[in-house]
Write a protein that binds this ligand. Structure first.
Ligand code: NOJ
Ligand code: CA
Length: 511
């Protein structure tokens, strides 16, 4: 594993919406460079940036039309390299977003693949033998060229799936993983990775990493595929980090990823904590963390205890955290997010409680996700400091509701969410027990709105974390002698005779 991941705290940047520097209403690389000191001051030392490559932007850049060229709206490849250099100058790291599962229909590979005559790209995508044969249960593109076949789609209809083969081949058109087409796709994807790693990026967040091989019900084919890619990285770029959008750490870590995200879909029960009718972190205290904890423990065990599981504050696909949690609830949620193993990921703006912007028309295939992708709000200047463009030219409107949060306001207020997040990140980075690879032992699983408590440990220290989001006091039996309070929000716990009395709506870290 890349050594730098151990104390990494990530900040996810959706480049469209972070900082515009040329008044065209859309964020750019220079804007990110200009805000690196802000990110560093918050305490984050790593960045994940969403796709920034040439694309018709039918899915916000997750529909790549050229893997080797930065999208001109953000800047040039040279500007991107400058971003890498500026990140490194500050002792930080940056992951690009690799989209290996599909391209845009505009990609030259796909245009070649559409042709009836056989050519080197005929098998770069997955085609059935003729147009009347539809791939069972999967959407496909058909009837848009002379090629007689249906092409398997990976996500939206304009995102044809790249061909990595099938684990189980049942139809004549389903190629095995070791066929020429799938092998050529892997060679090309390795070339893409090498290109950006050589230029200075520090690794990749990998889009839909768990579904590359088709007809692969248990993921065994996709695991094997990534296992064949990892050795090239280990040899040529041993410090490169690979983080998967997979949502099943037991599989992805076995596949060779350093970390896997818990997602708002899949088996993790992540949504139980933050995004459901009664989230565990709501002060109503009607939610439960028990199913999450059970799944988390099992995944960790299967992943060999050391595998890193990332629990993000949110991302560009989920509702904003501040849509379901409010005020101090967010602070208690961050106390949890920033004290768990695996590197934390903060979605831009979550550190100031940026809100979901309701009732927007979809932008670039965002649909309901558009409200979570609105511009970062820096100050009370034009467009809240995001851009000097006229407001109607903005990529997505800013949150213009009263009391909409800004960095400027929160930096002036010592009780702000911003300061709480900053404090928690600093604490995490000071204590080895709290780092990504420290151990965790649960003492209380947050069943039925009860407190969540766990002991984080490294070779030299143990730290007890107790969070009680509910609006009621609670008592827990906790073994050990916890004397020193390292952090407290919402009131200090009282430790007496192996019992801990925990105030309502609080989080405590004890040593
Ligand atoms: C997951 C990405 O996070 C999402 O934004 C995108 O639409 C799909 N994958 C398809 O690439
Ligand atoms: Ca711009």
């Amino acid at each position: 594993m890349a050594e730098w991941l151990k104390d990494a705290v990530f900040y996810e940047i959706y480049p469209q919406s972070f900082q515009d520097t040329n008044a065209d209403g859309i964020g750019d690389f220079q804007g990110i460079i200009d805000r690196l000191d802000y990110i560093k001051e918050l305490g984050c030392n790593a960045i994940w940036m969403n796709p920034c490559f040439e694309s018709p932007f039918g899915d916000a850049g997750y529909d790549v039309s050229d893997y080797y060229t930065a999208a001109p709206r953000y800047g040039t490849n040279g500007d991107l390299k400058r971003l890498f250099d500026e990140v490194h100058k500050r002792g930080m790291h940056i992951l690009l977003d690799l989209v290996p599962g599909h391209t845009s229909v505009e990609h030259p590979w796909f245009k070649e693949s559409l042709k009836a005559q056989k050519n080197p790209y005929t098998d770069r995508y997955i085609w059935t033998d003729n147009i009347w044969e539809q791939p069972e249960g999967i959407a496909s593109i058909k009837g848009i060229s002379d090629r007689d076949g249906c092409c398997v789609v990976n996500f939206f209809s304009h995102q044809p799936a790249l061909n990595y083969g099938h684990y189980i081949c049942e139809r004549s058109w389903q190629q095995p993983m070791d066929a020429e087409g799938p092998k050529a796709t892997i060679v090309e994807m390795e070339k893409v990775m090498r290109f950006w790693l050589q230029m200075g990026c520090d690794g990749f967040r990998v889009d839909m990493a768990g579904s590359l091989v088709k007809n692969d019900p248990d993921g065994l084919g996709t695991i094997r595929l990534w296992q064949t890619i990892r050795p090239f990285l280990d040899k040529e770029f041993p410090e490169a980090a690979m983080v998967s959008e997979w949502g099943e750490p037991d599989k992805s870590l076995q596949a060779g990823f350093d970390m896997d995200f818990l997602l708002h879909f899949g088996p993790s029960h992540y949504n139980d904590l933050f995004r459901c009718e009664e989230p565990y972190f709501s002060a109503r205290g009607k939610g439960s963390a028990a199913a999450f904890v059970k799944n988390y423990k099992e995944s960790r065990k299967k992943a060999g205890e050391k595998g890193l599981i990332c629990i993000p504050s949110g991302n560009h696909d989920m509702d904003r955290l501040a849509r379901t949690l409010h005020g101090d609830e967010l602070k208690v949620a961050f106390a949890f997010l920033l004290t768990m193993p695996g590197a934390p990921f903060i979605y831009y703006g979550d550190e100031i409680g940026l809100r979901y912007v309701e009732n927007l028309v979809s932008v670039e295939g965002g649909y309901s996700r558009t409200g979570s992708r609105s511009p970062m709000q820096w100050n009370h200047g034009v467009n809240l400091g995001f851009s000097n463009a006229s407001p109607e030219k903005l990529y997505i409107p800013t949150d213009d509701k009263p009391n909409s949060p800004t960095v400027e306001d929160q930096m002036k207020d010592p009780n702000s969410l911003y300061y709480e997040v900053k404090k928690l990140i600093a604490l995490r980075r000071e204590h080895s027990a709290l780092l990504s690879d420290g151990d965790i032992e649960f003492v209380s699983d947050g069943a039925d709105g009860s407190p969540l408590a766990y002991i984080r440990s490294s070779a030299d220290e143990k730290i007890l974390v107790v969070v009680n989001p509910a609006d009621r006091e609670a008592v827990l039996n906790v073994p050990g002698d916890w004397k020193e309070t390292l952090y407290e929000i919402g009131g200090a716990v009282v430790v007496e005779d192996g019992k801990i009395v925990i105030p309502s709506k609080s989080a405590n870290l004890l040593r």
